[in-house]
Design a protein around this ligand. Structure first.
Ligand code: FES
Ligand SMILES: [Fe+2]
Length: 410
């Protein structure tokens, strides 16, 4: 992100903290709760936003070498994504062309061949059918037209996108909109995959998504957790198309008050979170990216799966693996060996752990309660405040995409 933009955002946040006023969208909306429980609506969402919509499956670091692969079934089509021997990112329907068994059964790994467990038809990482046992018995097969079914797949700006429909269109610049140059500037393609946490929860995917839509709850719901690290009731918000950028301050932002602006850096001072319609939340800094991917359960409207994937820089990985000191910035030095640091010091992994446990035990705890409420039909609408512009934006775009009338003002 350009320095000028960083300074502008940091100034906006400091101003809000000084004024004791959060972001102001200038309007309040009513959000009908039926959209968290309506099965017809869920069918439309599934078809439009998941089964036939480009999906961010991860970052380049998920496929670090030729032969690396990952699999997913999160959006309805079993997908096998590979890096072939030439380094090309590819995606296929993870289904054998003989009788449909999945050819890759692990979530991730390395393989020079994918051998179907049923009758051992064998495919290359480029999807070619390269082996058929006892072909003399089975009969001749034209291998050139019985490779794995290839899906549109694009690796750009360090992100990996797949379209679950073989005939679908995939244009990453269109998907990222004006945020594309900013995403490119973070250079996240160099990060290594660190791990995933899966949360299987009793709440509709939109309620899970909504928890990322404001900082109003930080000091209340997260009073003894995230509130110790971040300020709530402050938010630098920018919508762009169906996406948005959502930046909130770390408590260390106060250190900037005594520094000249040309030395200001977002790193360690604020959390930059991008939202990509419909279901991706991604926090980004130079050393550490977390992607929150939120998926509906196709059968159960009151259930969703959140996959929280972490990626870290090679330098940070090495420091952590060797137990060396982790220097996040000059104000945030954490010693892995002694597990000690200055007042501002906290390891990135410790932050990730706090964020994950907070999301699961606090955000999704209240979200599951809200799901019970909306399922009862006893609450006609929720209210989105002036300080919750990301909720206005998501639900406005959601409704627009489904051809629904706009949200009504309170
Ligand atoms: S289903 Fe794959 S080899 Fe038969
Ligand atoms: Fe939260």
């Amino acid at each position: 992100m350009q320095h000028e933009m960083q300074v502008s955002i940091l100034k906006e946040l400091l101003q809000q903290l000084d004024d004791g006023m959060s972001v102001d969208a200038g309007v309040q909306y009513k959000n009908p709760t039926a959209f968290y429980t309506c099965p017809d609506q869920a069918q439309k969402e599934w078809a439009l936003f998941f089964r036939n919509h480009p999906q961010l499956i991860g970052l380049s670091g998920d496929l670090p070498t030729p032969g690396s692969f990952v699999t997913t079934e999160d959006f309805g089509v079993p997908v096998l994504a590979t890096r072939d021997k030439d380094g090309q990112f590819r995606a296929f329907v993870n289904a054998c062309r003989h009788r449909g068994s999945q050819v890759a059964t692990e979530e991730r790994g390395e393989a020079s061949r994918f051998i179907c467990p049923f009758h051992n038809w064998t495919y290359s990482p480029a999807g070619k059918l390269v082996g058929i046992p006892r072909e003399k018995d089975f009969g001749k097969i034209d291998r050139s037209c019985h490779g794995l079914i290839e899906l549109p797949a694009v690796e750009q700006y360090g992100t990996l996108w797949v379209h679950p429909n073989a005939a679908g269109k995939l244009d990453v610049d269109t998907l990222l909109g004006d945020f594309a140059p900013e995403i490119e500037s973070w250079d996240i393609g160099r990060l290594h995959y660190r791990g995933v946490t899966t949360m299987d929860k009793r709440l509709n995917w939109k309620l899970a998504n909504d928890t990322f839509g404001e900082t109003y709850h930080f000091s209340r719901l997260h009073g003894s957790t995230l509130n110790n690290i971040f300020y709530g009731d402050a938010l630098a918000y920018e919508a762009n198309g169906r996406n948005h950028r959502f930046v909130f301050p770390s408590r260390s932002i106060d250190l900037l008050r005594t520094l000249p602006e040309d030395q200001w850096d977002m790193e360690g001072m604020a959390v930059v979170l991008y939202y990509f319609f419909p279901n991706i939340q991604m926090t980004v800094n130079k050393e550490n990216v977390t992607i929150f991917k939120i998926y509906p359960d196709k059968q159960d409207i009151g259930r969703s799966i959140t996959r929280v994937c972490n990626y870290i820089s090679p330098e940070l990985q090495e420091s952590m693996d060797t137990g060396a000191r982790v220097v996040i910035d000059e104000t945030n030095v954490y010693d892995q060996e002694t597990r000690e640091g200055g007042d501002e010091a906290i390891s990135p992994e410790a932050v990730n752990e706090i964020v994950n446990s907070t999301l699961e035990q606090e955000d999704y705890y209240v979200g599951e309660m809200a799901q019970k409420t909306v399922a009862s039909g006893a609450l006609e609408y929720m209210v989105f405040g002036r300080n919750e512009p990301a909720l206005h934006h998501f639900h406005t775009n959601y409704r627009d995409a489904l051809g629904l009338p706009p949200l009504e003002q309170l």
